[in-house]
Ligand binder design. Structure first.
Ligand code: GDP
Ligand code: ZN
Length: 328
């Protein structure tokens, strides 16, 4: 056997070993799911090999090998400090694993509302980013609302032309200023009783809005919770605030930057709801609404049924996906 051949064989053997190990780990994970009785709780923080659960006012640090995310409903055993099973998820916010885009990482579960925060100035509005957030929200099953912050910096009142298409799509748009307090009450009232996350470009004022909605020291938790695990101190990264108005806000580093996941050039159009009706008029059933003749979407571009800016956003994302299908 030549040197090259030996090297290759070693490589294959090692790969097979790795795969067997992974398969074993996977089956152990499944076995770890137990059916015994326990108590219902919500996951409020995640650490390595452990998570923190909240049951009424009681917090408990639990061991787990299950795939849990912040916001998950679980059944746990307080005595054994162990997660027994994860309850089915209503909604799932996810993003691709940074090291392997084919693996989905759930960043939060059971979120009712995703508040996409934008500002018109400092930083300037990036409508392309809004389109991305809303695609991710469509996938998640949660409701999306748009919050325009820093209205104190706006030259003229009223909805700016760039945001009109979103309102036409039936999206709620809130105008706020964390500095003057304008619109904060209305936003808090909308979120009352719901579990929500705030997302948006850095610097748009997400933290400031949260502070404006929870004056004083009424936050439910501190910033991060120190938890004890197998003799080591670990830190859970999620924060969970119960606002005075009754909204539950979950914040994790991942939430702030979540984007698209598993969207292909062929499925992108499913996430543009205004295209659905128009696509009935297309000559071809699998029309991509770009080059094809007799395209109902293209014919409507520029009208109030298909806004030009949204169609451009579609083309931009489509080209990005065609050039590099794994980036989202
Ligand atoms: P985050 O990165 O989205 O959490 O943004 P921050 O809450 O840290 O805010 C970024 C900057 O914008 C800070 O300097 C805030 O003081 C400022 N800021 C936040 N909200 C407003 C607002 O409504 N009006 C003005 N003028 N500035 C704001
Ligand atoms: Zn078409």
């Amino acid at each position: 056997m030549g040197r090259e051949e030996r090297k290759l064989r070693k490589h294959h053997d090692e790969r097979a070993k790795r795969e067997r190990k992974l398969a074993r780990k996977h089956s152990q994970t499944e076995q770890a799911e137990e059916t015994g009785s326990g108590i219902d709780a919500t996951v409020v923080g995640i650490g390595p090999g452990c998570c923190e659960v909240l049951e009424n006012d009681r917090r408990c640090l639990c061991r787990t090998t299950l795939d849990v995310a912040v916001g998950d409903g679980v059944v746990y055993s307080p005595e054994r400090q162990k997660i027994l099973r994860v309850l089915p998820r209503r909604t799932v916010l996810s993003r691709p694993d940074p090291h392997n885009p084919r693996i989905e990482r759930v960043i939060a579960a059971n979120i009712d509302v995703v508040v996409v925060v934008v500002s018109l100035k400092s930083p300037p509005l990036r409508p392309g980013l809004i389109d991305r957030y809303f695609i991710a929200i469509e996938r998640s099953g949660a409701e999306g609302i748009l919050c325009v912050n820093k209205t104190d910096l706006m030259d003229e009142p009223g909805i700016p032309a760039e945001l009109e298409p979103y309102r036409e799509l039936g999206m709620q748009v809130f105008f706020c200023s964390a500095v003057t307090g304008a619109g904060i009450e209305q936003l808090a009232a909308e979120l009352a009783g719901k579990t929500c996350v705030f997302t948006g470009h850095s610097g748009v004022g997400k933290s400031s809005l949260l502070n404006a909605m929870s004056p004083g020291l009424q936050l439910d938790t501190g910033d991060v919770s120190e938890i004890h695990n197998k003799g080591r101190h670990t830190t859970t990264t999620a924060t969970r605030h119960v606002l005075p108005g009754g909204a539950i806000v979950i914040d994790t580093p991942g939430i702030r930057e979540f984007g698209l996941w598993q969207i292909t050039p062929a499925t992108l159009r499913d996430y543009f709801p205004e295209m659905r009706d128009l696509a009935q008029l297309c000559k071809y059933r699998d029309c991509s609404h770009t080059e094809e003749p007799g395209c109902g979407v293209k014919e409507a571009v520029g009208s109030d049924r298909m806004r030009a800016a949204r169609y451009s956003a579609y083309l931009r994302l489509l080209n990005a996906l065609r050039a590099n299908p794994t980036i989202y």
